[in-house]
Ligand binder design. Structure first.
Ligand SMILES: *Cc1c(COP(=O)(O)O)cnc(C)c1O
Length: 454
């Protein structure tokens, strides 16, 4: 074997070793079961099948069609709706499908959240430190003009009253709910009722919370006024890295299908469709129990961090209703540093998290509702916050007492300033008992038997 191939293999081995010993707390990540991995590793990854099931552009799709149909049916069952398109290869692509279906090209008008308030790069433009506006997919691909919904920093949510004023004045073609920092359900019903008075469409980006919603928690956007929902299938929904669009209106089916293909992509990732089908069977069977635990763990983790002297946002609201916990670490600026610095210290101890902007960071304010100029403006490279998620640690079998153990590691590193190299040993010992994926069929055969019942 050539040197280069040996290198690739040994790097992969090191990566696996790192995660075997790590505490994974990235809120957008999760882990797939052996059955999902087997399906993703199938011959489907070599094939083409452009178009809708039964109307393919290529031969050889007989079995692919069967699996994609099963995958769509399982998606509809999990989300309780009449339409599912499992072809978009990511959450960003699923958002583009909604923009295509619901807005006009070039200067179509959309309302959504700004990035520092939790909006995603695929929603809105953001201001680079140079002052230049950087456009995400909404701007660059679709040419949308975006106006931001008003945000209530104290409650970390869309401010309904001020947002209603904005949408009445701006009359957008589309409102997009959903966010990357997403602690509490958005006021979908209140704003949709108003937006529908002037014929706006309602989209909901459930990239982060897809699994919570499918399992019956958090909120139910399709029943609260959303016309269509975009998903990532690999965040709280523990499938392979892919996306989907769902809706519960028969009259939108054709528009949504065409907005995806041929408008946006040619082939999709067939192996991931197979993997997603398996992941959905797991969630239909184990999702209720799993996602209940994910949310309980997030609350317990927030409480434990807060008790140890880390300032977790929204204590007055019970910290969170999702898988996420957001921490304001600005008081440690002088002792250990800001978000980027703390992210690195935690990583040295093999605790994997991401730094995150707090809504008031870019404004240069010291807290929710505080005046501009009460703090230095903070950049996303070294922001004032940390975003933590409990999806993956829960899937590995951790419960409330482990959340307390992890909070204790945070205290030792950030408050007691202990040596990360030392803590890393403790982290590896702690992780030893959590190596197996739970809330799934323990062998691929068990998953397939279950799938046969459909
Ligand atoms: C992660 C995320 C996306 C993008 O999903 P990908 O599957 O990574 O393309 C879209 N919207 C929101 C709100 C997200 O957090």
């Amino acid at each position: 074997m050539s040197r280069k191939l040996e290198n690739i293999r040994s790097i992969l081995n090191e990566h696996h070793e790192m995660f075997k010993n790590a505490i994974p707390l990235i809120a957008s990540e999760n882990i797939t079961s052996p059955a999902v991995q087997e399906a993703c590793n199938s011959d489907f990854s070599h094939r083409y099948a452009e178009g809708w099931v039964g109307q393919r552009v290529y031969a050889g799709c007989k079995y692919i069609d069967q699996i994609e149909q099963i995958c769509m049916d399982l998606t509809k069952e999990y989300f309780n709706c009449c339409f599912a398109d499992v072809r978009p290869v990511s959450g960003v692509m699923a958002n583009l499908v909604l923009y295509n279906a619901f807005t006009s090209r070039n200067h179509g008008k959309m309302c959504c959240l700004a990035i520092p308030k939790g909006g995603h790069i695929s929603h809105a433009p953001y201001q680079a430190s140079s002052g230049r506006l950087i456009y995400g997919t909404a701007g660059t691909v679709r040419g949308l003009d975006v106006k931001y919904l008003a945000f209530d920093e104290e409650n970390m949510n869309i401010d309904p009253d001020r947002s209603i004023k904005i949408i009445r004045e701006y009359e957008p073609e589309m409102i997009l709910f959903g966010a990357s920092v997403f602690l509490f359900p958005h006021p979908v019903k209140e704003l949709s009722d108003v937006a529908k008075e002037f014929g706006a469409s309602i989209g909901y980006d459930a990239a982060h919370v897809a699994g919570l919603i499918g399992s019956g928690y958090f909120q139910d956007p399709l029943r609260e006024g959303a016309d269509a929902v975009s998903l990532s299938c690999h965040k709280t929904l523990p499938g392979p890295q892919t996306g989907a669009v769902i809706a519960d209106r028969e009259d939108l089916v054709e528009d949504l299908q065409n907005a995806a293909f041929p408008a946006l992509f040619s082939n999709h990732h067939l192996h991931n469709v197979a993997g997603l089908a398996v992941a959905l069977t797991e969630m239909l069977e184990f999702g209720k129990e799993y996602h209940k635990k994910v949310i309980e763990n997030a609350k317990a983790f927030a409480q434990a961090l807060n008790e140890r002297g880390l300032k977790v946002l929204c204590e007055h609201l019970g910290f969170t209703e999702s898988h996420q916990v957001v921490v304001d670490i600005t008081e440690f600026e002088k002792t250990v540093g800001l978000g980027g610095d703390i992210e690195r210290i935690l990583e040295e101890a093999n605790i994997i998290i991401n730094r995150n902007l707090l809504p008031w960071d870019i404004r240069g304010a010291s807290g929710p509702g505080k005046e501009k100029g009460t703090a230095k403006p903070r950049h996303y490279m070294n922001p004032g916050g940390l975003r933590l998620g409990t999806s993956e640690v829960t899937r590995l079998g951790m419960g409330k007492s482990e959340m307390v153990d992890i909070a204790e590691f945070f205290k030792k590193l950030i408050i007691d300033k202990q040596d990360p190299k030392k803590i890393k040993e403790g982290v590896a010992a702690f992780k030893k008992d959590f190596q197996e994926v739970k809330y799934c069929f323990q062998t691929p055969n068990k998953a397939y038997e279950y799938l046969k019942l459909y």
